[in-house]
Ligand binder design. Sequence first.
Ligand code: GDP
Ligand code: MG
Length: 743
Amino acid sequence: MEQTSVALGGNPNSGKTTFFNALTGARQHVGNYPGVTVEKKEGFLSHNDINIHLVDLPGTYSLTAYSQDEIVARDYLTDTKPQAIINIVDAANLERNLYFTVQLLELGIPVCISLNMIDAAKKRGISIDDKKLSSLIGAPVIPTIARTGKGKQEVLEEVLKLTRDSQGNGKFEISYGDDLDQAMIKIEKIISDHQFLADAYPTRWIGLKYLENDSQVITKGNNFNSVISDQLSAIADKVTKHLKTTLNTYPEALIADYRYGFINAILKQDVISRVHDENKLQLSDKIDKVVTNRLFGPLIMIAVIYGLYQFTFTYSETPVGWVEGFFEWLNGFASTYLSDGLLKSLLISGIVDGVGGVLGFVPLIMFMFFGISLIEDSGYLARVAYMLDKVFSTFGLHGNSVMAYIVSGGIAGGCAVPGVMASRTLKSPREKLATILTVPFMNCGAKLPVMALLVGAFFGKNEAMMMLIITLIAWGGALLTAKLLRMTIISGPSTPFVMELPPYRLPTMKGLFIHTWERTWQYVKKAGTVILGISIVLWALMTFPGLSDSTLEQFETERQNLKSGAAIVTINEIEAAALDDSIQLSQAAQSLQKQLTIVDFKAAEAALKNSIAGKIGTAMEPVSKFAGFDWRTNIALVGGFAAKEIVVSTLGTAYSLGAVDPEDTSTLGEKLQSAPGWSPLVALSLILFTIFYAPCFVTVVAISKETGTWKWGAFSMAFNTTLAFTISFLVYQIGSFFGLLAG
Ligand code: GDP
Ligand code: MG
């Protein structure tokens, strides 16, 4: 006969021993676990011609390695590895009991939940929707009464089904918040790359134990491979210190918080109904009654996001002015003290006007990140995700997708790369793919300077409102695209969702500052390295090969012709004025000066247009003009594929190379306002294009890696750019036709 081993586990007094007796009758044996005085009860039974070896584990609340009972229970599960666990859960104390269940699920051994003492629960006025609980937690749930043996046959059926099905309960992963999740991604990679302790435990579980600083697992890890073990401990130490300074907590406590949050979120979905409400609501729950209310919740959410933008634009205006002032000064300084030539052009047009444009928004980014940290650290962000879950499932996405959207910059200032990786928490491959393909539409930190530039220059009076509209458009577009994809190339059913709701916390000032600083520093670092490098390359592409000698001569002849038509005194006047600022030009000299400047400008523009990048931009113009983009904007958009900040730095360089007036230190925003071919309508078209067009190169790589094929990376580039062009085309054409936003 076939043989299988099953363990009984659960909290003390949940009815394990009673259930054990009901299952095995007299066929049992009492002994001790090896080396300890903890009692071990073993028994045998058979069901459907299968022999079952059943072990009653010591009752524990947790699977940490603190008490002897816990160690015995855990060692039995990891070393002897029963094929399944019957988890006895006291129906009247679901929250506490499910805490143990969650840990069993994380351990990866197939779990069948025996929802015990339903008779006693009923007497206390509690009834539980076992089907709903089962679908939300991802394990079979059978109501039982151990005293009478009710439900035991069904439990055995499910257990045997689980042992036959090599899938077990399927994937089970809880998110532990951004800090720990990021650390886990690194830890899990190291563990699976080196098959670290792989014989004994599941990858994610080992990682969690390192984060929890579990001495037993760490000792085993040191014996297995001390180098890898030290690497894991180092990552755990780093995040531990970080949590201490930012949230004044430590990983084990945070992990417990999120586990309880996960359980509470399940229980909140009408799993438990009580005849009389005996528990007084906790403060967090009271706040949630209002904040996640069907009517008030979304209104509060919009108000919070609008408030964030308002706060950012209002308070960052002055410091942004200072930084811009600094770059204007630097520009003027370099113009005065450097002699004309390539170096000067590189420094002024390539670096100061290019990268400076990106760095100019650092204060704005800082205020934005401060606001986001406040929303996140307080626990409100989790509520946003919770509320959006219902909306998301309507569009064929999953509640966990909300977090991926937010990580990608759903509210502002994230990055699609970790967003794509966050989709790993999705079990259904279809929902995962739909999430991966739509997160790049979010307003990531790299798009922020583009939005800030265009909104600031063309929608100056209503910056916060415009930002809110941009956010809503990005979300709307992402959700509609997801729906479209889920109805066509990746159609299939949706899976249920449980959102972890950690308790509200009062954020600490120190924590907020550290989070703000970390994110701002990343932005600055990227601008100073990647963006700087690409800007220099683009400057070169926009500078070389320059004009041919014959064209240069033509412009020179034009200048000579102007000069020869003028009086000698006028020319002398201009030459003198170039050396001495205090000289006032006469009417005639002013007009000649202006004409000469126009020639210079035409020469500079011809040089830019003749450059490699200029030729590419010009070649695209016959198509792009239908969306309102000229060849300069095209260069910026092509450059933006490398990184979205490049849109700003390239426009900066393009309008700097075109400008020849050494006195012109106006900001890029001011230049765009007065440049021909620009209007609020063009800016809007460009904003929309930037939201939707091909994700940046790094994101495309992440998409390809995460989906396992270049096909999806290529798809996102082609699909997004087509979508973006269609939208910009329609907006620009309709806007032009009706003369809207003409400026
Ligand atoms: P263990 O500590 O998990 O082994 O729990 P026990 O099996 O010793 O049970 C604890 C108490 O709960 C005992 O008094 C049992 O009679 C009682 N009990 C167990 N299962 C049930 C049940 O389904 N309904 C009711 N009403 N009582 C139960
Ligand atoms: Mg017992």
